[in-house]
Design a protein around this ligand. Structure first.
Ligand SMILES: [Zn+2]
Length: 125
């Protein structure tokens, strides 16, 4: 398998996801795999007499948190896949230990399972 090809794809995607994460959140300085939605600026919240604006801010924070949660999963999956390339275990299903189909990796190089175990991927720790 051409792992160099997948490594390039993963590094490209990692840069994209990291950029998106930085636009809605901040990386936990003590745990690089943990991202948090940008905190609400409470000074702004208190200073604003317009409660609609405060509600908008609150809504924006809730949305950011949902986006950060999704991106964080992708970010960590990509990191994990890059680590696997280093370790020589890339392209192996984490459920069955069988090779992951190359066309699946082409679509999602960070995939952790073969096609037969796709539904179990979200349950992996
Ligand atoms: Zn499998």
């Amino acid at each position: 398998m051409d792992t160099e090809h997948f490594k390039q794809k993963l590094e490209q995607e990692l840069a994209t996801v990291e950029g998106e994460l930085k636009s809605v959140g901040v990386q936990n300085p003590r745990n690089p795999s943990d991202w948090q939605a940008t905190e609400l600026n409470m000074d702004v919240m208190n200073a604003t007499a317009d409660s609609n604006e405060a509600a908008d801010k609150q809504e924006e924070y809730v949305e950011n948190r949902a986006i950060v949660d999704q991106l964080e999963i992708r970010y960590n999956n990509i990191k994990r896949a890059l680590k696997k390339i280093e370790d020589g275990t890339f392209g192996v299903c984490e459920v069955s230990g069988h090779p992951i189909e190359e066309d699946r990796l082409e679509v999602n190089p960070a995939a952790r399972t073969c096609k037969a175990h796709m539904n179990e991927e979200s349950g992996l720790s």
